[in-house]
Design a protein. Structure first.
Length: 516
């Protein structure tokens, strides 16, 4: 006969073991939504616990934050599988669903929504073993009079107002419970039946560090999840009405913010904190909303200040030194449109070639701005915009352009000039004869006083193919004969060329077609 005290000890031991198993089963992830909204088949609640744990006698109970009372009870059954994750879903036949309730959108684990754009609310879910509450999760901010305090005196974060059904509320670290909702839970991408992909801790860095490259044009921090801050130089919705497409800058550098960040309205001058992945598109440095890790991107306005003054640049600064200004607000002081492309009609993009005394560069007209369809400017203009780039070949160091944000960024130059300087109409390019030509052409121009005049020929990519200097001994009309050869004496390819005649700080430009 076995002594009674031994039987009692065994009974206590078994009871103790049962209680330990019960305590180890916890709620691990919740994807809820307002009943009837979106697709109720996506809704699930995940448990984490020891494999082979029988869930007979267990239940999930929805708790109303406004009353503190249970509004729904879901009785569980089955066994936690080998992976340790037990998923309860309203419907669906996916492999991860261990208990398919198929109860419709007004029941099951479609728990109440803990608030949203309409205001704060809070609700909770309890995991019960019999009548004992084994785990309790409360989420959301409580409105006055509502009570749903989670373990540790804090509620878990509420995913719905930030990411709608794209985000769940999950334990981080996975399957870990410290009895403090505020510490244990985070917003994550849904992972039913698998380990939670917890939010990443971003690396704080400057925009200059984002732009740093390996020497081949690839960012040193490419694919890293980082946090930066800067001042917006363009408002949201200007470049893309549907997704985030912004530029922000600090004192040293600028960067493009692009992707599906949480909805955020940004105005010029807003101070913005951004968390995302470092990337680039054809050389343009970017922070994007998706990357190799399951992190949660962020774009948040934290203040407002004055818009930075645009950096003064010339065409040579854009074309030859664009990396120094990339992503920043800049201004071309006095340029003339010489592009072979027509000014864009409404709904069209266009790359417009412009010239100043330093050479040629490009302004890009984006059809999402209000510039396309407007009258083409006449004469010299001042252009303000953001320095962008579209160079898809390593080392990604060329093809920079200026991106005006609105038609008001393109202003006609005033007639005010220093009286000791020449005024534009005193120095001009008369024209070329013949044009088109196939052997030689005469480039005629007027100078108001003696001095050195340089004649420069560029192709449509902005590359200088020929330069020559002459020294007119008297004011008036002068000319230069070009025979269609480059600086090494080779005949250039047939096509359209840009002529630039420059004297002192003044210049004039025109187009010339060479035929063979």
């Amino acid at each position: 006969m076995v002594p009674k005290f031994i039987l009692l000890s065994v009974g206590l031991l078994l009871a103790s073991a049962s209680q330990i198993v019960a305590q180890q089963v916890i709620i691990n992830e919740i994807l809820y939504d307002t009943p009837g909204a979106d697709d109720s088949c996506q809704i699930f609640t995940e448990l984490c616990g020891p494999p082979e744990t029988n869930l007979s006698g267990w239940s999930l109970v929805g708790i109303s934050g406004s009353t503190g009372l249970a509004y729904r009870t879901v009785h569980l059954s089955g066994v936690i599988p080998a992976g340790g994750y037990f998923v309860v879903a309203n419907c669906g036949d996916s492999d991860y669903v261990n208990l398919n309730l198929d109860l419709g959108s007004d029941a099951g684990v479609d728990w109440s929504n803990a608030g949203g754009p309409s205001g704060d609310d809070c609700d909770g879910v309890e995991l019960r073993h019999g009548n004992d509450v084994m785990d309790r999760v409360c989420y959301g901010l409580c409105s006055p009079g509502h009570v749903c305090v989670g373990e540790g005196g804090e509620n878990a974060p509420d995913a719905y107002p930030v990411g709608s059904i794209s985000y769940s509320t999950a334990r981080c670290p996975d399957c870990d419970d410290t009895d403090n909702n505020g510490e244990d839970w985070a917003m994550t991408s849904p992972t039913p039946g698998g380990a939670n992909q917890c939010p990443c801790q971003p690396q704080h860095c400057t925009i200059n560090e984002v732009q740093e490259d390996e020497g081949d044009g690839s960012p040193v921090r490419e694919d890293e999840f980082v946090s930066i801050r800067g001042i917006a130089t363009i408002s949201s919705g200007v470049l893309d009405p549907l997704t985030t497409d912004l530029f922000i800058q600090d004192d040293d550098a600028g960067v493009n913010i692009v992707g599906d960040f949480n909805p955020v309205t940004v105005a010029c001058g807003d101070c913005v904190v951004v968390e995302g992945w470092v990337a680039h598109t054809c050389g343009l440095s970017q922070i994007v909303s998706s990357g190799p890790d399951m992190c949660i991107p962020l774009a948040e306005v934290v203040g407002h200040t004055d818009v930075p003054e645009p950096a003064p640049v010339n065409c040579n600064g854009i074309s030859a030194s664009g990396e120094n200004y990339e992503g920043m607000l800049a201004k071309l002081d006095s340029v003339t449109i010489v592009s072979s492309s027509s000014w864009p009609e409404e709904g069209e993009d266009a790359d417009i070639t412009v010239a100043d005394a330093s050479g040629l560069c490009t302004i890009h007209i984006d059809s999402d701005t209000d510039i396309d369809g407007q009258p083409e400017p006449d004469g010299a203009v001042v252009v303000t915009g953001i320095v962008g780039q579209h160079d898809c070949d390593p080392p990604f160091t060329g093809q920079h352009y200026l991106l005006p944000r609105s038609y008001s960024d393109i202003a006609t130059c005033s007639g005010a000039q220093d009286p000791t300087e020449w005024t534009p109409h005193e120095f001009k390019l008369i024209g070329c004869w013949p044009n088109p030509f196939n052997s030689t052409t005469r480039i005629a121009f007027i100078v108001p006083k003696p001095g050195i005049v340089s004649v420069n020929i560029f192709d449509l990519l902005g590359r200088q193919v020929m330069t020559s200097s002459i020294a007119p001994a008297s004011p008036g009309e002068h000319s230069y004969i070009w025979d269609g050869t480059n600086s090494t004496g080779e005949v250039v390819a047939a096509g359209l060329y840009i002529i630039q005649v420059k004297a002192g700080s003044r210049f004039a430009a025109g187009k010339l077609l060479f035929l063979k």
